[in-house]
Design a protein around this ligand. Structure first.
Ligand code: GLU
Length: 416
């Protein structure tokens, strides 16, 4: 029996088999493509502020090493388990391959609610997690980045901890670092910028001038997506995080929401009048719906109730395979699938890694122009493939990613 269990892993496996069937992958090749190369589980003890000791479970899953180092974020969240981390690592593989990056997928995580830690405790946990991972990561082995519950500061602690053990500064060990310590300009905004750029490409494709948007999740990706939408004149009528949900048909003040979260860490406490029911946020009417929080928030029933024109999947795995079946019948909704929609983050992580390796840093306009170039190319490939094969955008996007990894494995052969 495999260690990879749970609903999120089951979903990644189910999606993979849909693609494997679609591209006629022989049965005996499938496990080689699907199952992760490696999974590491560690216990991370830290000193709490009250003098006690607490232990948190951490994981890192490296999906495949066929194209280069593995790449992916590290998540601090109470929902983290090895099955979820493995699914997220698998999705990173298809995402990197679709974007043409020389990486396999990885993901890491610690089962913890980071909002319950003080800053000092968060630093202790971040450093201990990286210290436990040192034998398994490296600039040409596995390169971490931020994900849900982690940020630039956590990446700076990861980089510092790794560097102290090497006796030299190794900025290229993680991406998503602060610009002050080897990060690249444009990385923090990259995922949200990519999401909105692609949502606009989708709008263009269906001949829509989008007027309204709803964003679920207000971390780095959700908040930047909301700001980018507002900057393009799209009214953001709904937002939510795990503490509050706000809706106002006249449009919410995005800049003020971002300032509130910067001060208070959460959306709660921003407004009484705009408070709304989080359960119905996704099914309210809007032009662009951006799920930017957890996996599996859109099931078949929710998919049937969606009233958006464009579903721009900023989160990883927000839509279940059952929901995809429903969406396939609903031709009026254009889906920008997660591995395309949120690829801007890892694309600019790749730029950061390249800049760190070369110690040659780019200007923000160069970062943004190259980001757009890669996303536009991938968008064009996905829409062309969807048309050619008469399938949804998700099947098209994943087929391109899976085929690239499959091809690399085929030509390299099986060792020994
Ligand atoms: N965690 C992000 C993702 O899911 C970024 C990964 C990276 O930059 O390596 O795509």
């Amino acid at each position: 029996m495999s260690i990879y269990t749970g609903p999120v892993f089951d979903m990644a496996r189910q999606q993979f088999h849909i693609i494997a069937d679609h591209i006629n992958m022989p049965e005996d090749q499938r496990d080689r493509l699907l199952y992760p190369k490696r999974a590491i589980a560690v216990s991370c003890p830290i000193h709490r502020d009250d003098g006690t000791t607490a232990v948190f479970q951490g994981y890192r899953v490296q999906h495949h090493l066929s194209l280069g180092p593995t790449k992916g974020g590290t998540r601090f969240s109470s929902s983290v388990d090895v099955g979820e981390v493995a699914a997220l690592a698998i999705w990173m593989s298809w995402k990197c391959a679709l974007a043409g990056l020389p990486y396999g997928g990885a993901k890491g995580g610690v089962t913890v609610d980071p909002t319950e830690l003080s800053l000092r405790e968060l630093e202790g946990l971040s450093r201990r997690y990286m210290q436990e991972m040192i034998p398994f990561v490296g600039p040409h082995t596995d390169v971490m980045a931020p994900d849900m519950g982690t940020n630039e500061q956590v990446m700076a602690w990861f980089m510092d901890t790794y560097s102290m053990y090497q006796g030299k500064t190794v900025t290229e060990i993680v991406t998503g670092k602060p610009v002050a310590s080897g990060g690249t300009v444009g990385r923090r905004e990259a995922t949200g910028r990519g999401v909105v750029h692609l949502a606009m490409r989708a709008a263009e494709t269906i001949g829509l001038t989008p007027k309204t948007a709803i964003v679920q999740g207000f971390g780095n990706v959700g908040s930047v997506s909301a700001a980018e939408l507002a900057a393009r004149g799209v009214k953001v009528t709904g937002v939510s995080d795990h503490t509050a949900c706000y809706f106002d048909p006249r449009g919410l003040p995005v800049e003020a929401l971002i300032r509130h979260v910067a001060a208070k860490r959460v959306l709660a406490g921003f407004s009484q009048e705009a408070l709304a029911d989080p359960a119905s946020l996704l099914t309210r009417e809007c032009d662009i719906l951006v799920p930017a929080a957890l996996e599996r928030v859109i099931d078949a029933a929710t998919a049937g109730d969606l009233k958006c024109r464009i579903l721009a999947e900023a989160a990883n795995g927000p839509t279940t395979p059952d929901a995809d079946v429903v969406l396939a019948q609903r031709q009026e909704i254009f889906v920008v699938p997660d591995i395309l929609c949120n690829a801007g983050g890892v694309v600019v992580s790749y730029f950061e890694w390249v800049q760190d390796l070369q110690q040659f840093f780019w200007q923000e306009d160069e970062v943004n122009a190259r980001l757009k170039q890669i996303l536009d190319r991938a968008f064009g490939q996905v829409t062309a493939r969807a048309k050619r094969d008469e399938v949804g955008q998700r099947t098209a996007a994943m087929a391109i990613g899976v085929e690239k990894v499959y091809a690399a494995k085929q030509v390299r052969g099986l060792f020994p």
